[in-house]
Design a binder for this molecule. Structure first.
Ligand code: NDP
Ligand code: MG
Length: 326
């Protein structure tokens, strides 16, 4: 059984005499920084001068510093900029400002796990990773609840790294919803697997190929859109609220029988295992580094294909009709 920490299992005390430098003020940075501040934590923001975040964080009332100065001033340096820019920013602005006993903190284990950031041995390295986008992290906190999250310790120089990670999680409201202890390896490998196989990749191509199959067989695109994309939300909402059996309880018997007998024929678990192996071996991470170095050519090409796809044109029209978009 996973170790799950609640609000009563964590104390804010390890953060009491510390300053947290949140590096980045985007989706997670903005939400996490505001939650920390509202929990009484001493906080500064480190962003690049002249970028859009600089003014935004100032307007929200934070003390804002260039990244290197924030890293120097912070006892905890919590890095919340995009994963693919972290290694360079870390090397140029953060590494030399990490002092003995400082804490380097992340919301994704990617760069540490794949060795793209190599911290000195005299700091703690922790993970505090909400399982939700920034606007939910903030919204649930302001409603008096929180987002579930993962915590892990990669390096424990002070011997107090886990207590500090739990204090961060508590201050951001995560322990109210439940915080699961994990490892850097488990967080990054399950996270990449989830987004590739299920959440982003699996869902996207399932919708796309289902739509294409119907349209190529001569059915009207509008009907195919409703069937393969629009209705997915209703099903996912049911699963989210009531689980898989609860979803089956709420569809017709015909849908239940057809789904249970046909669904598994279209999903290839062997391919899922291969994708997992590419993640575990570091092959995916190497590919993604190269893709970034070569200007994201593959990503742009695939993205263009989606943007120009018939499902997007039909969808735009139908969503306008339904009043979702203006
Ligand atoms: P964002 O893309 O929202 O980060 C934007 C911030 O990064 C801005 O402050 C931006 O500053 C700064 N930034 C971008 N490029 C650079 C650069 N080259 N140099 C310096 N600063 C830069 O990131 P997220 O909040 O989405 O992700 C942050 C971390 O949180 C990642 O590790 C991610 O994996 C993790 N995470 C994200 C989740 C999410 O739902 N988004 C969920 C859970 C974890 P400027 O305004 O100057 O451009
Ligand atoms: Mg994720």
């Amino acid at each position: 059984m996973a170790k799950i920490y609640g609000d009563e299992d964590a104390s804010l005390e390890p953060l009491e005499d510390k300053t947290v430098a949140v590096i980045g003020y985007g989706s997670q940075g903005k939400a996490q920084a505001k939650n920390l501040r509202d929990s009484g934590i001493d906080i500064i923001i480190g962003v690049r001068e002249g970028g859009p975040s600089w003014e935004r964080a100032k307007k929200d009332g934070f003390e804002v510093l260039p990244i290197s100065e924030a890293a120097e001033a912070g006892d905890v340096v919590h890095i919340l900029i995009p994963d693919e820019v972290q290694p360079q920013v870390y090397r140029e602005h953060i590494h030399d400002n990490m002092e003995k006993g400082n804490v380097l903190s992340f919301s994704h284990a990617y760069n540490i796990h794949y060795g793209l950031i190599e911290p000195p041995e005299y700091v703690d390295v922790i993970l505090v990773a909400p399982k939700g986008p920034g606007h939910m992290v903030r919204k649930l906190y302001t409603e008096g609840f929180g987002t579930p999250a993962l915590v892990a310790v990669h390096q424990d120089y002070t011997g107090e790294a886990m207590d500090l990670a739990l204090a961060m999680a508590k201050a951001m409201g995560f322990t109210r919803a439940g915080v699961i202890k994990t490892t850097f390896r488990e967080e990054v490998e399950t996270d990449l697997f989830g987004e590739q196989v299920d959440l982003v990749g699996g869902v996207l191509y399932m919708i796309l190929y289902a739509f294409e199959t119907l349209v190529e067989a001569g059915y009207q695109p509008e009907v195919a859109y409703f069937e393969t994309l629009h209705e997915l939300k209703l099903i996912v909402d049911l699963i989210y609220e009531k689980g898989l059996s609860g979803m089956l309880d709420n569809v017709s018997n015909t849908a239940e029988y057809g789904g249970l007998t046909r669904g598994k024929r279209i999903i290839d678990k062997g391919e899922m295992r291969k994708v997992l192996e590419e993640i575990q071996s570091g092959e995916f991470a190497r590919e993604w580094t190269l893709e970034n170095e070569s200007g994201r050519i593959v990503m742009k090409r695939l993205r263009e294909k989606i943007e120009n796809h018939e499902i997007e044109k039909v969808g735009e029209r139908l969503r306008k009709m339904m009043g979702f978009e203006d």
